[in-house]
Structures are given as structure tokens and as C-alpha cells.
Design a protein around this ligand. Structure first.
Ligand code: ATP
Ligand code: MG
Length: 360
């Protein structure tokens, strides 16, 4: 395992467990007519066994691009230009190719792709796709694999026999999304990545799926990354939060603390805009301005400065590095974390089932 890189020094999260995944100084660019533009810039983050990390940010902030880098699966015209992704027992996946890379996908890292409800093969039953998956990973005990998939289906509230015998078009969007999660878990991967796992679901199915993810995560001691634009979802499930903006991780730390005392102005705005966290839809305020895309993203200085209430001249000039401002808490901001900043803009939790109130 490598040390944190100097660019974003000390991005490793505090905690006793060794990291299952260490992302260091990761930059991913897409080739466009305007040249190579970075969708992820110098990102560093650890995923630890037993912890659910939530990766959150507005649409286009680079979450999926970062997550796909964990599989070394950023599609062309994207490519990783700096950094590494060390996975325990595997090594740096950004250097893997061919058969070793294919084997790592699925067996070490289970992945549910964004819009995975549309990613099943329409011409094969789910059961047939499960067997294909097993064969491609040289699973010898295919009956055992089917049994395990059946158990996972039942836990997801799915009728296993029916599901395994069905084609994609015979299943609802919510069922397909849950099957995606079953297929990501069935090979016993130790790292689980879920990209927008509940987007296609209504609120009730969303809560049920999050419950199952949480319990399978706990039972198997997984290192889980949940990628979502929905602060409400991560506030309910994550132990740690990483907040992305314009390809940067602008803040990360323990979820409860970060939600109670957000430090980066973007995190504060994001939380303030989430009715589910603020508790009162009347108090939730939408973020002013538009998130940048690759072509409008500032090439110099802080990427958030145009929307930032704390912007200063230095923010025009230099891109703030992610650094530890208090033990276990990281932020990328030139403004000093003033005492007033620490008193979060989030009202105190009022109900017992408030997700923030439930945390240690
Ligand atoms: N194939 C591509 N070619 C060019 N630009 C791309 C490509 N894929 C993504 N991008 C750009 O990279 C940036 C990051 O995209 P990404 O999909 O990683 O964001 P995201 O945070 O996952 O967004 P969402 O919440 O909408 O899923 C966006 O500006 C997007 O337009
Ligand atoms: Mg995405």
C-alpha cells in the first residue's frame, strides 16, 4: 500500500482498520474537442472494511468517473492520467489489464453500475446470466453460486425462482436494480461499489434496498462505496462521507460529524438544500447557480469560487489542497474554519428516526 501523495496530503481517513482500497492523487480526463479535460482531479480517498462511504455531489461532479476508476473501467475517451487505486490483495488496479483485470472485476470488487436496471442482457434469463458470470470467474461450484444468489434474492424481497427464470422485460425497474445488487454480491467481493443504487426506486423500496445493503455490508464486513447525488440517501446509510465538486473531493470525514458540522461551504449548501436532513421542507434552500461542466470548470483557482459565499482573492489563484483541519476531518478550502463555521447550519435533530441523531 502506498503513502498518501503530497498533493492532497494526509487524505487517509483516521481509523484503526487498514484500507481495502486506497485512491491516491487520481486524475481522470476525457478527450473532448476542447482538449483533455479533467473530470476527476487529484482525488485521494480510502475505503475501509466495515465502513460504508458515501460519495456525494451534484450531477456532473465526477462521482461515476471516480467510481469507475476503481475497476479501471473508465470508458473511452476517458483515461486515468495520474495516481493509483490500490486494492488489498490485488495491487494497483490502474495498472491491471486483460485477464487479471477481468477477474478482479466481480471477484474482488462488486459493482452496480449507474442505471444498472437497464444493464441486464435482454436475450438471456437472469439465471443464465448468473451462470455466465460464474463461468467467467471460473467458479467451480455453480450450484452453490445459484443457491447464494437465491438467498440474496429472497433477502431483497424477490421470489428467487421466478427472478432467475425471467428475462429483463418481465421485471420492474426496481426488481432489476435489486438483481444488479445481487449479481454484485454473489461472488463474495470484499469491496462493493453502488452507483446511484436507489435512483429508480420509490421511497419505500429505496428504504428496503438500503436496509439490505446495510445488513449484507455488515455481515460480510465489506468496504462499501455508495455513490449518489442524493444527500438524503447517504445521510441514512453512510459511516463516512466524501463530497465532490468539479472533480475534486472538497470535504470528507465521519458522516455524523460532517452532517452536523459541515465545514466546506459547498457541503453546507448541499446539506441546506436537502429537506430530508434539514427536517423542514420550508427551510431547505436550493443551491444558487449551476454546477460546472468540463468546459465551464475553472482551470485555475478553486472550482467552487463562483458559487461560494466565502470567496476571496486567493481563491482565483490557487486550487486549495485537501488537508486535515481537525483530526479525521478533511477539507479543501482557503477560508479558515471559523468557530461560526463549525456551528453547523443544520438544525438539531428533532425526531428519533432522524438519521443524524441516531449516530454516535
Ligand atoms: N464520455 C465522456 N466524454 C466527455 N465527457 C464526459 C464523458 N463522461 C462523462 N463526462 C463528463 O465528465 C464529468 C463527470 O461526469 P460523471 O458521470 O462522472 O459525473 P457524476 O457525478 O457521476 O454525475 P451524475 O450525478 O449525473 O451521474 C461531467 O462533466 C460529464 O459531462
Ligand atoms: Mg454518475
Amino acid at each position: 500500500m502506498t503513502d498518501p501523495t503530497p498533493h492532497h496530503d494526509g487524505a487517509a481517513t483516521a481509523g484503526a482498520r487498514p484500507a481495502e482500497v486506497e485512491i491516491r492523487d487520481l486524475t481522470v480526463v476525457y478527450r473532448t474537442e476542447h482538449g483533455d479535460l479533467p473530470a476527476v482531479s487529484h482525488a485521494s480517498l480510502d475505503l475501509r472494511a466495515g465502513e460504508i462511504t458515501g460519495l456525494v455531489g451534484e450531477s456532473g461532479s465526477g462521482k461515476s468517473t471516480l467510481a469507475l476508476s476503481l475497476l479501471n473501467a473508465v470508458p473511452a475517451p476517458g483515461r486515468i492520467t495520474t495516481g493509483s487505486v490500490e486494492v488489498a490483495g490485488v495491487g494497483d488496479v490502474t495498472r491491471l489489464t486483460g485477464r487479471r483485470l477481468r477477474r478482479t472485476r466481480g471477484s474482488a470488487l462488486g459493482y452496480v453500475f449507474q442505471a444498472s436496471q437497464n444493464s441486464l442482457n435482454p436475450l438471456k434469463t437472469v439465471g443464465k446470466q448468473l451462470l455466465d458470470l460464474g463461468r467467467s470467474h471460473e467458479v467451480e461450484d455453480l450450484r452453490g453460486l445459484v443457491r447464494r444468489a437465491g438467498d440474496l434474492c429472497e433477502r431483497m424481497g424477490l421470489d428467487a425462482d421466478r427472478v432467475l427464470d425471467s428475462y429483463q422485460h418481465e421485471l420492474s425497474g426496481g426488481m432489476r436494480q435489486r438483481i444488479g445488487i445481487v449479481l454484485a454480491l454473489v461472488l463474495n467481493a470484499e469491496v462493493l461499489v453502488l452507483d446511484e443504487p436507489t435512483t429508480a426506486l420509490d421511497m419505500i423500496s429505496q428504504a428496503a434496498v438500503l436496509d439490505i445493503v446495510r445488513s449484507v455490508h455488515r455481515e460480510n464486513g465489506l468496504a462499501t462505496l455508495v455513490v449518489t447525488h442524493d444527500m438524503g440517501v447517504v445521510s441514512e446509510i453512510a459511516d463516512r462521507l466524501a463530497v465532490m465538486y468539479g472533480g475534486r473531493i472538497v470535504e470528507h470525514g465521519p458522516a455524523g460529524e460532517l452532517l452536523r458540522r459541515p465545514s466546506h461551504p459547498y457541503t453546507r449548501a448541499l446539506i441546506g438544500a436537502t429537506a430530508r436532513i434539514v427536517g423542514d421542507p420550508g427551510l431547505a434552500r436550493a443551491l444558487p447557480g449551476q454546477p460546472p461542466d468540463l468546459t465551464t470548470l475553472a482551470r485555475r483557482g478553486c472550482v467552487f469560487r463562483d458559487r461560494c459565499p466565502l470567496a476571496m482573492p486567493v481563491c482565483e489563484e490557487s486550487d486549495p489542497a485537501l488537508s486535515e483541519w481537525t483530526p479525521g476531518r478533511f477539507r479543501a478550502c482557503h477560508a479558515e474554519p471559523a468557530p461560526a463555521d463549525r456551528a453547523a447550519a443544520v438544525p438539531a435533530p428533532r425526531t428519533q428516526d432522524d438519521p443524524i441523531g441516531g449516530r454516535p
